[in-house]
Design a binder for this molecule. Structure first.
Ligand code: ADP
Ligand code: TRP
Length: 323
């Protein structure tokens, strides 16, 4: 089984990115072949400055390596180093009905929120389909919000195979239901665009401050509380064992346990959990040549697979004689 996922270098990674996407990707790397890339080409849809794009790309590389990504087990690369993806994207785009893209929630949401759409933003699901299909990936670990894009990918792959023969593999989205939506400090989905994030590598002090200000209901200390609707509990649950989760759930339900207590426990658990990763990140940040070397080596491996698929695709569509 081949697992593939990408992350946009769109700013500092937050706990939502980590629990829904980074941690599962790192955990699954020993179970099968894993491809993971930094989606810098996707990031161009919102035209960041070149300096910011470069800086954020390096940030993502450091974040993943610090979180335990092993470049010997995982093919880890920068999207733009594998230019075949742009060629495949064009070919797939010519098979993609406009209506399929017009129905994409993520595009519609961005436009509703006032973003002036460019062609790249509109056709972004086609590039994402190319990312996946180029590597004949079977399983795509993503957050819930990306499910539709994986469905679009399947639709496009099916159209390609119907038109040209069975060349492409239909992928499945893998959504971890327990972490499908990681709540932010205000209880809504944690997202950069809501300003409710806790960054993965922000200082422990600032993490603690944000946690102590998290939004909860206004139940008094002595009242019983519902853990299942509380964002503090939801984050805590992601960090600790099932036993520790059950202990906190009991405290919530029996009353006499305030949100302040829960927040303190969360802050402590989070800071301890991240400490070894923080250390590793600092070491890597001081050695950026090594990070660059890792990404280039990953791109080399990725391009071997990409080229093999493209030879088949070109032959199938008639761009090149079958060899
Ligand atoms: P943001 O909403 O902050 O811009 P991104 O769109 O960059 O986050 O998300 C990158 C990846 O992390 C995607 O796979 C997305 O589904 C996942 N993700 C981001 N935030 C959350 C969250 N709060 N809960 C679950 N998954 C999330
Ligand atoms: N669109 C994804 C996001 O915004 C990132 C991404 C790009 C991706 N290409 C992908 C994820 C291919 C999985 C597979 O988070």
């Amino acid at each position: 089984m081949r697992v593939l996922s990408g992350i946009q270098p769109s700013g500092k990674a937050h706990l939502g990115n980590y629990f829904a996407m980074m941690r599962p990707a790192v955990e699954s790397q020993a179970n099968g072949e894993t491809f993971l890339f930094i989606a810098d080409l996707h990031a161009l849809t919102v035209t960041p400055s070149p300096e910011i794009l470069r800086e954020r790309t390096m940030d993502v590389a450091l974040d993943f390596l610090a979180c335990g990504l092993d470049p010997e087990q995982t093919v880890f690369f920068r999207h733009s180093d594998v230019t075949e993806v742009v060629e495949l994207s064009w070919i797939l785009g010519c098979l993609t009905p406009m209506g399929l893209l017009e129905r994409c929630h993520s595009y519609k949401d961005k436009v509703t929120n006032g973003l002036k759409p460019n062609h790249g933003l509109f056709s972004y699901p086609v590039l994402m389909a190319a990312d996946i299909l180029l590597f004949k990936a079977d399983s795509i670990p993503v957050g819930k919000d990306q499910k539709q894009h994986v469905e679009v990918t399947r639709d496009i792959a099916q159209r390609f195979n119907n038109a040209y023969g069975e060349v492409l593999v239909l992928p499945e989205a893998r959504i971890r239901e327990d972490v499908a939506v990681v709540p932010g400090t205000d209880g809504r989905k944690m997202s950069k665009s809501y300003g409710n994030t806790i960054e993965l590598f922000e200082s422990p002090k600032s993490m603690e401050k944000k946690i102590m200000r998290m939004v909860t209901d206004s139940k008094a200390l002595e009242e019983p509380k519902d853990p299942e609707t509380c964002p503090v509990f939801a984050l805590y649950k992601l960090l600790v064992s099932q036993e520790d989760t059950a202990v906190m759930a009991d405290k919530y339900r029996s009353g006499g346990y305030g949100y302040g207590h829960a927040k303190k426990a969360l802050a402590q658990a989070l800071i301890e959990y991240l400490e070894p990763m923080r250390k590793r990140r600092d070491e890597l940040a001081a050695n950026s040549d090594e990070v660059e070397r890792i990404l280039r080596a990953g791109a080399g491996k990725a391009r071997e697979v990409a080229e093999a698929t493209m030879r088949e695709v070109r032959a199938a569509v008639g761009l090149q004689k079958k060899s």
